[in-house]
Design a protein around this ligand. Structure first.
Ligand code: ACO
Ligand code: KIV
Length: 515
């Protein structure tokens, strides 16, 4: 059995999902979960792209011990220098350089000849190698590149010091047979290819990303790149959980394994969904709510007689819990701590006390506190914004009836400690509330997305709201949970504004290491 390295890019390509914008603290939390999941490499961000991403990559490089941390960079000296400033703290500093090699990208985007691209790739890989012990080079849009040119540039880039070569299917255009052929061709044509690891990076525009990744592995790829839940640019990346579980379940056919701790898969999937508001569809392979449910009578009959009639893997294998302790009004510290630990959330003593108090409060409103409820509490506490002065809700009230105009009154405490109060109308209750918040908050706000969902089932389920706003032209997201949908909606709106304020304040306070 050969072990295939898993390169997770949830925090870089995954964060390129439209509407996703994680804070440093959220990225760090996710990085710790990725480490627990057992990914071999994690791409923590693109340090030169913004001060916020620089600080997040640096914090992850300083914290993560058991996974190699990397960051993306263009083949530009300033990008490489910035990446080094963030990644030099990592156990084994690693950089991921990319440069497009397809005719369409070279001609129209880079406006460079193939010769210029070759020279740029070679000189920047050499420069990166003078700093980093591990240098991955990606031929962006490899699957639409000329194979002979690709083979030549790869040979030179290896001579310049690259340690990993990646052949991305950047626009998700390839098919499994064709992508597999590309890997075989490169393995057979490039004379020095044996000196490096060979990686695949697949996008899901045609729904073929996981299949393409496995085809690459069958044809010589030793590393698979992807994200949890398949999030990423456009239709996303290969879902790492799908690739890893396919290799495990079909180990009778494939002779490849990964180092992933598959029973951490569901936690990893849930955490990114909570942090980004990108929930997976119910029928998503491996991590969807329906992945282990049987609806039809004939299926249920079969499962009752022998689970394997309709189940090719167990829920336990991927960490879907079926027999957890009931958490409710009568639960104490021990059961609570035990479940927090199982959920993999690391809380300081102070935050743990705060979480327990919130848990107890919730048990007054709900009979059973589910893992989803608990996650919501823990994430609110873990990523809380109280270190900086922000807007705090004092009270709100909504008048709604089918015969009158919805009107909301809201009182807030402003970041400077002052009290604010006003009332506005809207087409509905949420709009009235949001118009009122907009009138009270000083920043220039535009609501671009609003989602409301129920956490868990039953009449006492919590409501969770996700919003996306632009604040002074910059995109930010917020989430909020409460028993009541209007309160959840207000919390999400304020959370988005406060996340913006916190990010701005922290960026001002942090030393200017990023250029
Ligand atoms: C396939 C991928 O997913 S690649 C990763 C994509 N991720 C991102 O772009 C997210 C982060 N990006 C950003 O924040 C910004 O694009 C930045 C900070 C990197 C650059 O911003 P800007 O300087 O304003 O440039 P902008 O994004 O408009 O254009 C990109 C420039 O980089 C050049 N470029 C693109 N790829 C590369 C590369 N691999 N190496 C060198 N230059 C490159 C483009 O040709 C263009 O150059 P030009 O300004 O001379 O025409
Ligand atoms: C930077 C590269 C690997 C990329 O994300 C792509 O080509 O899709």
């Amino acid at each position: 059995m050969s072990v295939i390295k898993v390169f997770d890019t949830t925090l870089r390509d995954g964060e390129q999902s439209p509407g996703v914008n994680l804070t440093k603290q959220e990225k760090l939390e996710m990085a710790k979960q990725l480490e627990r999941w057992g990914v071999d490499r994690m791409e923590a961000g693109f340090p030169a792209s913004s001060k916020g991403d620089f600080e997040a990559v640096k914090a992850i490089a300083q914290t993560i011990q058991n996974t190699s941390v990397t960051g993306l960079a263009r083949t530009r000296q300033e990008d490489i220098d910035t990446a080094w400033e963030a990644l030099k703290y990592a156990e084994e500093p690693r950089i991921h350089l990319f440069l497009a090699t397809s005719p369409i990208h070279m001609t129209y985007k880079l406006k460079q000849t193939p010769e210029q691209v070759m020279e740029n790739a070679i000189s920047m890989v050499r420069y990166a190698r003078s700093k980093f012990p591990q240098v991955e080079w990606s031929a962006e849009d490899a699957s639409r590149s000329d194979w002979q040119f690709l083979a030549q540039i790869i040979e030179h880039v290896i001579d310049a010091g690259a340690t990993v070569i990646n052949l991305p299917d950047t626009v998700g255009y390839s098919t499994p047979a064709e992508y597999g052929d590309l890997f075989r061709f490169i393995r057979e044509t490039v004379p020095n290819i044996g000196r490096v690891e060979l990686s695949c990076h697949c996008h899901n525009d045609l729904g073929l990303a996981a299949a393409n990744a496995i085809a690459a592995v069958e044809n010589g790829a030793t590393q698979v790149e992807g994200t949890i839940n398949g999030i990423g640019e456009r239709a996303g990346n290969a879902s790492l959980e799908e690739v890893a579980v396919a290799l495990r379940v079909r180990s009778d056919y494939y002779q490849y394994a990964t180092n992933l701790k598959l029973d951490e898969t569901k936690q990893t999937s849930d955490l990114i969904a909570k942090l980004t508001g990108m929930y997976v569809q119910a029928n998503k392979a491996v991590v969807g709510r329906n992945a282990f449910q049987h609806e039809a009578g004939i299926h249920q009959d079969g499962v009752l007689k022998n689970r394997e009639t309709y189940e090719i893997m167990t829920p336990e294998m991927v960490g879907v819990k079926t027999d957890t302790l009931f958490l409710g009004k009568h639960s104490g510290h021990h059961a609570f701590q035990d479940r927090v630990q199982e959920l993999g959330v690391d809380l300081s003593e102070e935050k743990s006390k705060e979480a327990f108090a919130k848990f107890k409060q919730l048990t007054d409103q709900k009979k059973e506190v589910t893992d989803d409820d608990l996650y919501t509490i823990l994430m609110e506490i873990q990523t809380d914004t109280s270190a900086v002065n922000t807007y705090q809700l004092t009270m709100f009230q909504v008048q709604y009836g089918t015969a009158n105009i919805p009107t909301a009154t809201v009182s807030l405490t402003a970041p400077d400690g002052g009290s604010l109060e006003t009332a506005c109308t809207g087409q509905g209750s949420v709009e009235a509330l949001y118009n009122t918040l907009d009138a009270l908050i000083e920043e220039e706000l535009h609501l671009t997305d609003y989602q409301l969902s129920s956490i868990g089932r039953g009449r006492d389920a919590l409501a969770e709201s996700h919003v996306q706003l632009t604040v002074n032209g910059e995109m930010t997201n917020g989430r909020g949970a409460a028993q009541d949908v209007l309160e959840a909606s207000v919390n999400a709106f304020l959370n988005a504004v406060n996340r913006y304020i916190v990010q701005k304040t922290m960026a001002k306070d942090e030393p200017a290491a990023h250029k």
